[in-house]
Every structure is written in structure tokens, then in C-alpha cells.
Design a protein around this ligand. Structure first.
Ligand code: NAD
Length: 360
């Protein structure tokens, strides 16, 4: 039995995770993968119940699970709280405590939604890439850092630092992910000016020797930013450090269109994976059955693939989502203003995906 912890969180979090759980239970059941579910609070819901955005009990449950499926946190009710006690702190704590060093963000264009992109349909067609970003090192955490007055002037510094162990473990995640995909890794760097990138080049090359079946390319980050707009469909897995990954993962995601469609996974050394939609708690539509549950449902597909080694079950979910969209079903966020289409609710979108899975 694989223990799965659901942390619905706030706003639309409970609505979208409910649909994701139904889909996960159904697909895992059909594939003969035994799952045991537990639920707990995170974010504002946890503040209201336990006085803290992530209780020690919830963290302990997370540590004991195989994977965590999270909704979203935050909302106006807790906005006036001091920064270090707000709902978002729960997210930062769980990521840190579980040692989640790898963030995986797929950018996939469902044919039925190709027109939602700001790029031309022929450029967008066939995009199916995965950005693997190092999450716990690099310039966001390096020391020394801070502001100072030097020679009477204000000065600020941050330090980009990586060691070979940090680079090798994220490179492995990228190569292993590529093995489940088109077997191509593009390492993104700035080795023409940064010593840190030169070390990344060396270590990524060393790790690549263990994956002779995966093709490796290196690409400068500035060219990569342009190439992602020019020929995004040409890329499979992109691996990079924290700073470049932060920017490129958002660029790649937005090429595909809607926020309600974007899943993510964060993987760590302890073996627990955390899966969550990229979107927030959408307080403006919370409780109205208007949320798009597909990002959460696609996060459940990532859970099956990365934590339960069940790529076929994951593919069943993705195919079902593709078919539902192909049939023309849309939640409100996917309905173009002048299209005349009518929107379905969060629950009904979950039903439609389940119907397709049943028919598969
Ligand atoms: P948001 O992602 O919650 O919403 C932005 C816009 O997109 C809103 O109009 C919302 O209605 C819409 N939207 C988002 N997800 C949707 C979905 N699944 N279906 C349909 N529409 C969707 O971002 P925001 O408004 O900047 O933040 C709202 C709250 O969420 C804040 O408290 C913020 O701190 C929090 N937040 C949490 C996370 C997280 O939990 N990972 C991420 C971002 C923001």
C-alpha cells in the first residue's frame, strides 16, 4: 500500500484536489496500484485549525507518505498576517523539510487548446517539454549576501554557488526523466562567463556517461530564451540551475496558455515527491465550482509517473484530459470571451475525465 497525503489547502485547493483524488483513485485501482489516502491541513486552513501554516503532525504524515498531492494556499483572510506566519510559509517549510531539490514543470500543448497560446498555432503545435530546475541552491541561497555601505555607496551582493553533488543529483533527475520521454536533455548554462556554469558542464557530462541512451546538448541561457519562442517543440528535457530555471519555466509554461492547466512536481532525496498545480488559491472563484481541476489532475498523473513508477497509468490520465478537451468541454478559464461556448464546472470536468478513463 502506497501512502498518499492530500493537502487541499485554501481557496480552490479543496475543489481541485477532490477531483484529482477521484481520478488518481480510479486510475490506480484499475492498474492494480494500492493507494492509502490521508488528508491534512496546510496554509490558511492549518492556521485556522492549528495556529501554524504547517503543523508538525502534517509534516510527519508527509514524511511517512510516498507522495503528497497539494492544492494551493493563501487568501485575503490571512493577507494581513506577518510574512513569517502566513499561509505561504507552510509551502516553503514542507519543500525545505522534505529536501525537495528538483522542480519539474512540464509544458505540453493540448491540440484543442493550441489557440490559447500567444504564439502562432504552427509554432505551438507539438510542444511537449519538461523544465527540470534546481530548487534549493544557487544564487537564491548562496552566501555571502546582503546590502552594505562601501566607500559611502550602497552596495548589494548575492553569490551563485553550487557543488558537484548538487549538480549531479539534479542532472540524474533530468536524465531519468528523459528516459521516460524522448531521451534528449538540454543543459542550459552561461559557461562563457560563469565558472559555476563551467562546473555544471563538467558534472552534467560526467553524469551523462551513465545514460548513453540519452542525447545531451548544451545551450546558452540567452539563446535558450529565444529558442523557446522560436521552436519550442524541438525540446524534450531542459535542465538548469535555480535562477535560469525560475525564468525559463515560467516562459515555457506561458507558451502553452492557461494557468489552470499547469502541473508541477518537486522531488527530493528522501523519496517523497510533492505534486501541485502551478496556480494559486484563486480566492475570486473559490467555492463556486468554477475552478479548472485539470492542473491538479495532471499533477496526479505526474505523481503516478515519478513516485509510483506507473507511466502507463499517467498516460491514461493525460489521454483522457486530451479527449475531454477535444470533445470541446471547457471550464470558464478556458472559454474564449467571444467563442459562444458554455463553461462546465469543476466537478463536471472531473466527471468528464473519469468518463473517458472508464471508456479507455
Ligand atoms: P492565482 O493563481 O490564485 O489566480 C490568478 C488568476 O487565475 C485568478 O483570476 C484566478 O481565478 C485564475 N485561476 C487560477 N487558477 C485557476 C484554476 N484552476 N481555474 C480557473 N481559474 C484559475 O494567483 P493570485 O490571484 O495571484 O493569488 C491568489 C492567492 O494564491 C494568494 O493568496 C497567493 O499568495 C496564493 N498563491 C498560492 C500559490 C500556491 O499555493 N502554490 C501560488 C500562487 C499564488
Amino acid at each position: 500500500m502506497h501512502p498518499i497525503l492530500i493537502l487541499p489547502g485554501d481557496g480552490i485547493g479543496p475543489e481541485v484536489t477532490r477531483e484529482a483524488r477521484r481520478v488518481l483513485e480510479t486510475v490506480a485501482g484499475a492498474a492494480g496500484i494500492p493507494l492509502g489516502f490521508e488528508e491534512s491541513e496546510i496554509g490558511g486552513a492549518s492556521i485556522d485549525k492549528h495556529g501554524t501554516p504547517l503543523s508538525d503532525e502534517a509534516l510527519e504524515k508527509a514524511r511517512r507518505s510516498r507522495a503528497v498531492l497539494l492544492g494551493a494556499v493563501g487568501g485575503p483572510k490571512w493577507d494581513a498576517m506577518p510574512v513569517d506566519t502566513r499561509p505561504e510559509r507552510g509551502l516553503l517549510r514542507i519543500r525545505k523539510e522534505l529536501g525537495l531539490f528538483a522542480n519539474l514543470r512540464p509544458a505540453h500543448v493540448f491540440p484543442a487548446l493550441a489557440s490559447a497560446s500567444t504564439l502562432r498555432p504552427e509554432v505551438v503545435e507539438g510542444i511537449d517539454l519538461l523544465v527540470v530546475r534546481e530548487l534549493t541552491g544557487g544564487i537564491y541561497f548562496g552566501e555571502p549576501r546582503g546590502q552594505a555601505i562601501v566607500d559611502g555607496r550602497r552596495e548589494a551582493r548575492n553569490t551563485m554557488v553550487y557543488d558537484e553533488v548538487e549538480i549531479a543529483r539534479i542532472a540524474r533527475v533530468a536524465f531519468e526523466s528523459a528516459r521516460r520521454r524522448r531521451r534528449e536533455v538540454t543543459h542550459v548554462h552561461k559557461a562563457n562567463v560563469l565558472e559555476v556554469s563551467q562546473l555544471w558542464m563538467q558534472v552534467v557530462e560526467e553524469v551523462a556517461k551513465d545514460f548513453p541512451d540519452v542525447e545531451l546538448h548544451h545551450q546558452l541561457v540567452d539563446s535558450m530564451a529565444m529558442l523557446l519562442l522560436r521552436e519550442p517543440a524541438a525540446y524534450d528535457v531542459i535542465v538548469t540551475g535555480n535562477l535560469f530555471g525560475d525564468i525559463l519555466s515560467d516562459e515555457a509554461a506561458m507558451i502553452t496558455g492557461s494557468l489552470g492547466m499547469l502541473p508541477s512536481a518537486s522531488l527530493g532525496e528522501g523519496g517523497v515527491g510533492l505534486y501541485e498545480p502551478v496556480h494559486g488559491s484563486a480566492p475570486d472563484i473559490a467555492g463556486e465550482d468554477k475552478a479548472n481541476p485539470l492542473a491538479a489532475i495532471l499533477s496526479a498523473a505526474m505523481l503516478l509517473e515519478h513516485s509510483l513508477d506507473a507511466p502507463e497509468a499517467a498516460a491514461t490520465i493525460r489521454t483522457a484530459v486530451e479527449q475531454v478537451l477535444g470533445d470541446g468541454h471547457r471550464t470558464a478559464d478556458l472559454v474564449a470571451a467571444d467563442s459562444g461556448e458554455t463553461a462546465i464546472g469543476c466537478r463536471e470536468m472531473g466527471d468528464r475525465v473519469l468518463e473517458k478513463i472508464g471508456a479507455a
